[in-house]
Design a binder for this molecule. Sequence first.
Ligand code: 4AD
Ligand code: MG
Length: 424
Amino acid sequence: MKISQIEKALKTDGKKERIRGWVYRIRKMSGKVFIVVRDVTGIMQCVVADEKLIPKAENITFESSLEVEGTVKKDERAPGGAEMQVTDIKVHQIAERFPITKDQSTEFLMDVRHLSLRKRDMTAILKIRSTALFALHEYIRSQGYYEVDPPMLSGAASEGGAEVFELDYFDTKAYLTQSWQFYAENLIHAVEKVYGMNPAFRAEKSNTNRHVTEFWMFEVEAAWADLEEMIKISEGCLCHVAKKILEKNKPELEVLGLDPKKLEKIKAPFPRITYKEAIEILHKNGSKIPYGVDFGAAEEKMLAADYEIPLIVTNYPSEIMAFYKKDNEEDPKVSNNFNMLAPNVGEILDSSEREPDIEKIKSKLKKAGKNLNEVDWYLDSRRYGSVPHAGFGLGVARMLQWMLERDHIRDVIPFPRFPNRVKP
Ligand code: 4AD
Ligand code: MG
């Protein structure tokens, strides 16, 4: 008999169905065995009452894999609103004693992540994550951007020296990419509007609820674009992600106990303030951070706390910005950049116009103590047909951490990597 997914089987009444999956719950009561089976679409209670099947059913353990067949009947009390009276069971494997029981520590659950990700909330998150990734591709392509894959191995530690993973590459050194930006700034001379969805690696020993050493970054770069354009495109991306999650993942939001109304509120334009205004707000709230210092998690969360959608903070002091960010024409002390700060998470997206002038960028590089030889190939983008351009990087996990109201970034990543964890 044809296999149905549980979601569909639950909708039938009085007919035979065959489903397959894993044992989500099993208990024996008054001569019957109640097996709750889960597949990717949901859970269904299957009641074994047939004497011939009972011995087989009694053998089945939590997380065993199986197929069950029987008549489905509507039943308000059953999970999903229907129940199966089982007439056939085919066991694929009787699971060994599952190591996860109730009330185990987070560290233990991370040790067995390959097993703990079977939990229903994690399944829901993985499905939403898939929707979100696809939505980002879909939206940015609709805006005329080309997907380009940058290398993950790089010959020079370009962005932040201390935070780069170094590895032996035959008889020389290579580095894991921290961002595709240097490649993108050259690619725009070929295809003008480019994007990538790539892993980024940071050898940071930050043990916080929003840092991982490996994360997926959605990066966008466009020739002829300015900050306004990047604000518009990045807002568009987040609004589209929210719209698609609402369209495709209402049941998953319910599993996670999330109110869809919150996602409905993600609409452009997002609120906007300058770094200077942000400092004033922080001071009013009792913070002592001096002007000219970059925000940490505490400041970012304080600023974002008044909003339900991300806050755009523009024009940070040039001095504390990366060398490639372009200074504001009217006030060169500030940069033409912005960060998006999301409630409870802080920075989720980092964007700027890039300095197109070779002399200006060289002088900034020198000031930052960078080795000009190492980035010489990158500077060719400024030597041969330099153009105004801008781009951004969005941390996919941080975006999801905010949208799905998770306390910790590990909750939205299947196999998160931290300074003290690269397994399983
Ligand atoms: O702010 P970052 O470091 O910016 C760049 O790398 C730029 N070159 C991007 C660009 O313009 N193409 O990183 C961008 C985003 C951050 O806003 C944050 O959301 C995320 O990447 N991010 C991290 N997410 C998780 N763990 C970490 N350790 C992260 N570091 C950055
Ligand atoms: Mg940043």
